[in-house]
Design a protein around this ligand. Structure first.
Ligand code: G16
Length: 540
């Protein structure tokens, strides 16, 4: 490792002294102007990780749902999954090392992680459409090249597309071709095969309105449009031609404000959906005939998909085990429905798809979705092999069910939550089950809920346990939440520091919207008072 070259190039990407950042829920995220050194250093780290795993590693430059001024970076591990936790620690150490210490820290990591420095390294890079992303991805490339890593810059990609590319490359093309065309062909072929199985073709001109959050999803869906045109016509809104990224639109806006995005023309009973800024999340919604807005979030997506998979398994007579993984944000009604009506085991993990993904790997078929619409389905290798074998051996209806499962395996992006792939799975399931968006929505009724943000001086003063459902510090906060929750029926509330924004998140649900709002507000005030709130106290 040429540490002199590292030192020399690092000076061109100097770290602002005193700046401390952490590899959070989805990598590093902050204002774009503070990230140049982090990008360079993540380029270095990706080379080490690639040498250590003898595999291609991915780097995505994006801040996903955050405002346009922010940016971020995350590393993608060999199987297309999130970076291993021990390497998150290395990433944090490297990003925070003061300029003069950085080469030593880099060397320490390579010793600690037993990196064989002679090994070749290959890194693939993708970026979203933020104005800052192109320059920042150039800094990543500087980091990779100074350590003599090879790289391929895919340029503009959705985050899940980059995860897909990494996995394809590391499986020698078995998972698919590591090109955009390969991705579009794989998904569209599975979608068309799957929907061909519908007993009645249903709505000939099936169409869907998609709010693309003024982000990369619009570009990529446009590229894909003609591959799926025979099965689905998509009408794009907030396609980036005028509005600002994630501003008053996108999945995060729709989910947290529980209202339609700006810039979308909705007629009653039309199926609509929103992607987030890097197209790894999706939520659905519609207006009823009285003009009321109905949100169909990640919990209902998980319910729809898992019930479909369960029915297919029943049809083929296989007892593969299905588990659903959620977080504390999952609506209480969804958990109850899954456990009590569908009889599917449900597990709760900390926020962050990396945690859900990990848990979902324990099942033959693991369905995981965060309420915010971030999720996917994982099939174990054994389950995949079994399903493929049954699709060849079984006959008639059973064979058809096994074939459909096989198509779902190809249609779902198993490396990460993927708005495009999830959208196609959902559309296919609706067609195959002959369900309207209203019927899907009516599976169960969400408990009224509210999410708020509180600004505090240092959000790390809040620590939690029990999959973030209980506060440990600061003292007195959990007791205050318990006392408030007791005042409302069917209520629940929790708080946790965000891992992507400099705020504390508050969640509350109760028997009525008024009560959920009032409880969320009261809990926000408790956070403000006991955890060092800054600025104006939260208003109702
Ligand atoms: C990221 C993570 C999600 C997480 C979300 C919010 O989403 O990938 O798993 O739910 O941040 O996290 P937090 O509450 O810690 O800020 P995205 O879509 O921004 O990548």
């Amino acid at each position: 490792m040429d540490l002199d070259a590292v030192k020399e190039h690092s000076a061109l990407h100097a770290k602002p002294s005193g700046l401390v950042l952490q590899y959070g829920t989805a990598g590093f995220r902050t204002k774009a102007e503070h990230l140049d050194h982090v990008m360079f250093r993540m380029g270095l780290l990706a080379v080490l990780r690639s040498k250590q795993t003898k595999s291609t590693i991915g780097i995505m430059v994006t801040a996903s749902h955050n405002p346009e001024e922010d940016n971020g970076v995350k590393l993608v591990d060999p199987l297309g999954e999130m970076l291993a936790p021990s390497w998150e620690e290395h990433a944090t150490c490297l990003a925070n090392a003061e300029e003069q210490d950085m080469p030593r820290v880099l060397l320490d990591i390579s010793v600690k992680a037993a990196v064989s420095l002679q090994q070749d390294a290959f890194v693939v890079i993708g970026r979203d459409t933020r104005p800052s992303s192109e320059k920042l991805s150039q800094s990543v490339i500087d980091g990779v090249t100074v350590l003599k890593g090879q790289f391929h810059d895919y340029g503009l990609l959705t985050t899940p597309q980059l995860h897909y590319m990494v996995y394809c490359r590391n499986t020698g093309g078995q998972y698919g071709k590591a090109t955009l065309e390969g991705y579009y062909e794989k998904l569209s072929k599975a979608f068309m095969e799957l929907t061909k199985q519908a007993s009645c073709s249903g709505d000939e001109n099936r169409s869907l309105k998609v709010d693309c959050a003024n982000g990369i999803g619009a570009l990529k869906l446009r590229e894909m449009e003609h591959y799926i045109a025979q099965g689905l016509s998509v009408q794009l809104f907030n396609d980036g031609t005028k509005g600002k990224l994630n501003h008053l639109c996108g999945a995060d806006f729709v989910k947290s404000h529980q209202k339609p995005p700006h810039g979308m023309e909705m007629k009653s009973n039309e199926r609509c959906c929103s992607f987030d800024g890097d197209a790894d999340r999706i939520v659905y919604y519609y207006l009823d005939v009285d003009g009321h807005f109905h949100l169909i979030d990640g919990d209902k997506i998980a319910t729809l998909i898992s019930s479909f998979l369960k029915e297919l398994l029943l049809e083929i007579g296989e007892s593969l085990n299905i588990g659903v993984v959620q977080t504390a944000y999952a609506n209480g009604s969804s958990t109850r429905y899954l456990e009590e009506v569908m009889k599917v085991p449900v597990y709760c993990t900390k926020t962050g798809v990396k945690h859900l993904h990990h848990k979902a790997q324990e099942f033959d078929i693991g369905v995981y979705f965060e309420a915010n619409g971030h999720g996917t389905v994982l099939f174990s290798k054994a389950a995949e092999t079994k399903i493929k074998q049954l699709a060849r051996e079984l006959e008639d209806k059973k064979r058809k069910a096994a074939k459909m499962l096989e198509n779902v395996i190809d249609l779902i992006n198993q490396t990460a939550g993927d708005a495009v792939s999830d959208m196609l799975v959902i559309e296919a399931v609706l067609i195959l089950k002959g369900l309207t968006v209203q019927q899907w929505d009516a599976l169960y009724r969400d408990l009224p809920n509210r999410q708020l943000k509180v600004k505090v001086a240092d959000r790390q003063v809040i620590s939690t346990t029990d999959a973030e459902r209980q506060v440990v510090t600061p003292p007195g906060l959990q007791e205050a939440i318990n006392d408030l929750v007791k005042k409302y029926k069917l209520s629940r509330a929790f708080v946790r520091p965000s891992g992507t924004e400099d705020i504390v998140r508050v969640y509350a649900e109760a028997d009525s919207q008024e009560n959920a709002d009032s409880l969320a507000h009261a809990v926000s005030l408790a956070v403000f008072q006991l955890a060092g709130g800054v600025g104006e106290a939260p208003q109702l």
